[in-house]
Design a protein around this ligand. Structure first.
Ligand SMILES: *Cc1c(COP(=O)(O)O)cnc(C)c1O
Length: 390
């Protein structure tokens, strides 16, 4: 039996050797601290769990949910966007419930792209953008995120013939993996570029609530005037409320694009469990205080870890958002060489930047999602290892 050619488009797994070294060390009794995991290590917000307990008891929640999501969830989403970003959305046709943004990101490619089309995506970046293009037969064109451009794409570097064939562009700020943020001026520029070439912008807003400067909160691209003509945004409940396992997110903005994804999805899935949507609505309405507490925890960890890096001769500015640190490898080591050396000397495992795309080479990513005592332990080991690479 021969399976779909599509499966051959998936890149070989880059970290097999790292996993082998890790298993080998663990077999020898080493205590490996893995700072590679992008999944909040905390349980879901307790008030959301309570809401779920009630919601799951209700027989009316046991049927197939409405395709576009419950009106309660979509209204809660629209109200959240109004309160947080000053964005007005019509819950009827500008909000669609998703089974997590990952699902939506993969499927919007199917709903928008045809063979011959180009998808612009950030590199380094969340791997699903690129695979979404490949699975829909489109051509992916990486937009490099470089330090000298504050990890923002430079639209003037997209060749004219590529821009003309481009049908969609992913943006992701606050950014995974670089932890960079974007301001409204950048979004205005992106929208000008998108309007000129008739490109749909798909903004992945998974980290908007993980920020550390109350006076400079990450904006939504939808708050730019005219954004809803060319842009949609993914908002996920996974990271702010520690709900990664629940699978709930939404697509917001341009009604035509929201409808296109809705039409596609209607034919292949039946939506997120109604009880999860009910609990999700509660998270959106009552969760501001909870997220504020989470931010404090991540901020402390961020500062500790920056100190740990400093002791290895790696000086980075503490990022203003996300629970990631993105740092250059010291001594001109490749991402993989550094990761192996660090793992070998300290038992601390990070993610090589090259795993996020070619422009991630020369960097590594640290997640701040492990419990405080593990972060402390990792920092202690870094300090003791005197791994200063000249
Ligand atoms: C975690 C993450 C997501 C996935 O979110 P889900 O809603 O849980 O699918 C999407 N984009 C980025 C950049 C992420 O880091």
């Amino acid at each position: 039996m021969k399976f779909s050619e599509r499966l051959n488009l998936i890149q070989p797994y880059l970290f097999a050797e790292l996993d082998r070294i890790k298993s080998e060390k663990e077999a020898q009794g080493a205590d490996i601290i893995s700072l590679g995991i992008g999944d909040p290590g905390f349980p879901t917000a307790p008030f959301v769990v309570e809401a779920m307990k009630k919601a799951v008891e209700k027989p009316e929640n046991h049927q197939y949910p409405p395709y576009e999501g419950t009106s309660e969830f979509r209204s809660a989403m629209a109200d959240f966007y109004k309160r947080r970003f000053g964005v007005t959305l019509n819950p009827k046709d500008e909000v669609l419930a998703l089974i997590g943004s990952k699902e939506g990101i993969a499927h919007i490619c199917m709903a928008v792209l045809d063979p011959g089309d180009v998808l612009l995506y950030p590199d380094p970046g969340y791997p699903v953008y690129k695979i979404g293009a490949a699975f829909s037969g489109a051509e992916g064109f990486p937009m490099p995120l470089l330090k000298e451009n504050k990890f923002l794409p430079d639209f003037t570097k997209v060749p004219e013939n590529v821009a003309r064939r481009a049908k969609m562009m992913f943006l992701n700020y606050p950014n995974n993996p670089t932890s960079a943020s974007a301001d409204l001026d950048f979004y205005r520029e992106a929208i000008r570029f998108a309007k000129k070439y008739e490109i749909l912008i798909a903004s992945d807003n998974a980290y908007s609530e993980i920020f550390f400067d109350e006076n400079n909160r990450p904006p939504s691209i939808l708050s730019v005037e005219g954004a809803k003509d060319v842009a949609v945004e993914f908002f996920s409940l996974s990271k702010p409320y520690n709900m990664t396992g629940w699978r709930i997110a939404s697509l917001l903005g341009d009604a035509k694009a929201v409808n296109a994804l809705g039409t596609f999805k209607k034919n292949i899935d039946s939506g997120t469990f109604t009880a999860v949507q009910e609990a999700g609505a509660v998270a959106l309405r009552e969760g501001d205080g909870f997220i504020a507490e989470m931010r404090k925890v991540y901020k402390k960890r961020r500062d500790k870890m920056c100190e740990g890096l400093k002791s290895m001769g790696i000086n980075i500015e503490p990022p203003s958002c996300t629970f990631y640190l993105w740092a250059p490898t010291p001594g001109g080591l490749s991402s993989m060489e550094f990761t192996k050396t660090l793992l070998d000397k300290t038992g601390v495992m990070v993610t090589p930047g090259s795993g996020f795309g070619q422009y991630g080479e020369g960097y590594f990513r640290i997640s701040l999602t492990l419990p405080d005592h593990r972060i402390d332990e990792a920092v202690e080991r870094m300090k003791k290892a005197s791994l200063v690479v000249k």
